[in-house]
Design a protein around this ligand. Structure first.
Ligand code: PMT
Length: 416
């Protein structure tokens, strides 16, 4: 299951650091990507080269490296994986974490991350039992940090007791369990913190035969911008995207689909959600008799062009808006119109059963936007709801997205 997940692995400075190498090997075998961060003390026990070789990834060790900062800022690095893991978690690292000290790459990452943290302590038995260490561990437990181990046994220093790093397979099992359940933590005070927002985006492609399909001009820019804006507002976001050339927005779980029926299935699988926003341009019809093999144009056969019979696709928005059980508290549709925009959108609003309909004029000239709304970077929308119509001026699609998310967050008490 964790295949495709990733961890940031902070390697602390202790005799058990060599076991971090084995952990990297086991994790990668399970399909978990590992980005290592090596502390200065950790580098006394394992080399950056061996870590990089096993992880197949760059090792980060210097907070003030200009090259690293240009490639990926240290704050971005702290948010770049699904989970942060500290192995071995030394008494020093634990004390820094408990007290919010951030003076190197590892401690800054631990303070700046929005992800869950797993630590595997390893230290001398007296250091482990020391009241200062136990106080710090209690603080970390209260902060929600998962503490794995330590194991009890003979120590490298000749003493016996708790303080040994748990063995890598046991540690990996704890990491896998965490990866299955982990979700980014919202920033305190963010408008949609704790909410799940589902967004559909992009076109659908409906096959005619294995090489041809029916599509439309949606680029996904508007829907993807909405997903990114919802994530920026602290929501957990699932984006269900038809085929686009856009990158998956950061901090968003993106599910890629091709057809309307796949988009419906992915939408249903992603529920429950607090807010569902349907910005995708879903094909209303698909080819009923899609061919298994490429349709042939036989020269001189006189057989003419093949007849394509169309059949209706499921209406994803209407299906979700009319759910008896598990309907999102707020369902937002879009309306792509080329004439009588407000009148058509108002009729659509009633028909689809949503709480809000965002209408846009997708004719080439009607919106007043050079090049039109499809594929462009700007949009002019009208918000149709039970309380009337509100029109927004032309804005960048990012701005429309941010404003729409702020609008929905402000309505929170109305729909939640
Ligand atoms: O992707 P861009 O290039 O950025 O362009 C943005 C956009 C124009 C695609 C976007 O702003 C937009 O208008 N999206 C909705 C496009 C559309 O299909 O509108 P519609 O009026 O045909 O459908 C009405 C609503 O029903 C939409 O929310 C649509 O997602 C939904 N629908 C439609 C058909 C269907 N079978 N299932 C649906 O869920």
């Amino acid at each position: 299951m964790p295949n495709g997940k990733s961890i940031l692995l902070i390697v602390g400075g202790g005799i058990a650091a060599y076991k971090a190498l084995e952990l990297v090997r086991l994790a990668r075998r399970k399909g978990i990507a590992v980005t290592p961060i090596l502390t200065k003390a950790g580098a006394e026990f394992v080399t950056p080269l061996s870590l990089a070789g096993l992880a197949g990834a760059k090792v980060y060790d210097d907070l003030f490296s200009l090259t690293d900062e240009v490639e990926m800022g240290h704050i971005a690095l702290s948010r770049s994986a699904d989970l942060v893991v500290v192995v071995p978690a030394t008494a020093d690292l634990i004390a820094k974490m408990a007290n919010g000290i951030a003076n190197d790459m590892a401690s800054v990452t631990l303070l700046a991350t929005d992800k869950d943290i797993v630590i595997a302590p390893a230290m001398n038995v007296r250091m482990w039992h020391h009241p200062a260490t136990q106080r710090n561990l209690e603080t970390l437990r209260r902060d929600g940090v998962t503490i794995v181990g330590p194991a009890t046994g003979a120590m490298a220093c000749g003493e016996f007791g708790p303080g040994r790093l748990v063995e890598p397979p046991e540690l990996l099992a704890a990491i896998e369990a965490k990866l299955i359940s982990c979700v980014p933590k919202p920033m305190p005070g963010q408008a949609l913190a704790g909410k799940h927002v589902l967004v559909t985006s992009g076109p659908t492609h409906e096959p005619i035969d294995p090489v041809r399909y029916i599509a439309n001009r949606s680029s996904g820019k508007q829907g993807h911008a909405i997903a990114a804006a919802a994530a920026a507002a602290g929501a957990r976001v699932t984006l269900i995207s038809g085929p686009t050339s856009l990158a998956d927005p950061a901090g968003v779980t993106t599910v890629h689909v091709t057809t309307a029926r796949q988009m419906l299935a992915a939408t249903e699988a992603a529920l429950p959600a607090d807010i569902a926003i349907f910005a995708a341009a879903v094909a209303d019809w698909r080819v009923a008799n899609a061919a298994d093999e490429k349709l042939k144009k036989t020269a001189g056969s006189g057989s003419g062009a093949p007849a394509l019979a169309l059949t209706e696709n499921p209406d994803i928005l209407a299906t979700v808006a009319h759910l008896k059980a598990g309907r999102p508290a707020c369902v937002v549709g879009f309306a792509a119109e080329t004439e009588h925009v407000i009148a058509n959108a108002t009729a659509k609003f009633r028909r689809k059963g949503c709480d809000l309909l965002v209408a846009n004029d997708v004719s080439l000239t009607g919106s007043g936007i050079a090049g039109g709304v499809f594929g462009g970077d700007a949009n002019a929308v009208h918000l149709v709801s039970a309380s009337g119509v509100v029109s927004w001026p032309v804005m960048g699609k990012d701005e429309v997205a941010a404003k729409l998310i702020a609008h929905l967050a402000a309505l929170d008490s109305g729909w939640a």
